[in-house]
Design a protein around this ligand. Sequence first.
Ligand SMILES: NC(=O)c1ccc[n+]([C@@H]2O[C@H](COP(=O)([O-])OP(=O)(O)OC[C@H]3O[C@@H](n4cnc5c(N)ncnc54)[C@H](O)[C@@H]3O)[C@@H](O)[C@H]2O)c1
Length: 371
Amino acid sequence: MIKIPVSASRSYNVIMQHGALDEAGTFILEALGLEEGKPHGKKLCIVTDSNVDFLYGHEGQPLWKSLEEAGFDIYKYVFPGGEKTKTMETVADILNYLADNRFTRSDLLLALGGGITGDVTGYTAASFMRGIEFIQVPTTLLATVDSSIGGKTGVNLNAGKNLAGAFWQPSLVLFDPDVLSTLSYDLKLDGVAEAVKAGFIADSTIIDIINECDSLEDDVFLTKLAGNAVKVKRHIVEEDEKELGTRQLLNFGHTIAHAIEKCSNYGISHGHAVAIGMAIVSAACDKLGWSKEKCAETLIGILNKFNFPLDCPYSPEELTEAALQDKKRRGSEITLVIPDSIGRCELKKIPVDNLGEFITCGVQELHKLTD
Ligand SMILES: NC(=O)c1ccc[n+]([C@@H]2O[C@H](COP(=O)([O-])OP(=O)(O)OC[C@H]3O[C@@H](n4cnc5c(N)ncnc54)[C@H](O)[C@@H]3O)[C@@H](O)[C@H]2O)c1
């Protein structure tokens, strides 16, 4: 078992263990400070998308059985999933479902799924009766290495990604590596992209681990990767929970990634968009001499090793227009995350008016490096 404590406005553990779903009830009781075998009368609503529900959310499956044995009164809310349902409407539906079933402030939610389920459930938990506890049970690699930790929750608005949300920490993050067996190669790649991000911003050993890996089928490798990436995220969140400074480093590649997601009407996944976003930024920084060490070639080498599609189907103008709606924009400036060397990134503010030029430079350089 790997146990990584996170100390933020709420302190909690990230637990990684094979077969964790079979023991979820026990882990949750412990996280809530409840004694096993004693009646507690708590309601627990599993929130999940329809794919994950089919795989892991049904009555009679290990998670449900374990929660039942731990004495929870179990409810379940299933939504279709996907970025198009990461909306206020979904949150409102879940809030109404909880109210209709007389949930109280002492009841809880459990997010079973990827980053979308986690973000939606967390935001609902932050809103219901001004805040109830929730548990993250990530089932994608991306959610495990990144989104389930740190308490950023939220939904998309028409104007862009994650424009409404709250900081709301879970009470426990419980990851069972066995769930990765049902993930497609592409979904694993999404997680690899966020792990590469963690490596570039704060821990070059993650890049070494990825370089040594030959197959994404290797569970031991994926768990090791997840453990290291979680430690990076833990460290950053503990330093700057509300994203006033250092935490912005986690947005490496994200201004462009969010623009790509939006331009593709969410047809390109978050992880794949992050990979392209990081490649464009690194290529531009190398060309402009903003990085101490040239990073783009190493980054592209890793992404190519896993056959990440790095062609950006949108023009610099389209990307710039979409990026200008990004919430990270502050007044007349925009904060970019710049790779300084492998394992170290910095924040750099540039005038909003220069963003188009920066993106154009990155797209052109990326073409040269990948041709
Ligand atoms: N809150 C944060 O700090 C943070 C950080 C990074 C990303 N995010 C958000 O996370 C989201 C992306 O997360 P994601 O890629 O996990 O997306 P997702 O939640 O949509 O999951 C991707 C797909 O995988 C399926 N799936 C999940 N687990 C599975 C399993 N074990 N086996 C088979 N299929 C499975 C889902 O049904 C879904 O179709 C984006 O909305 C992004 O903005 C949030």
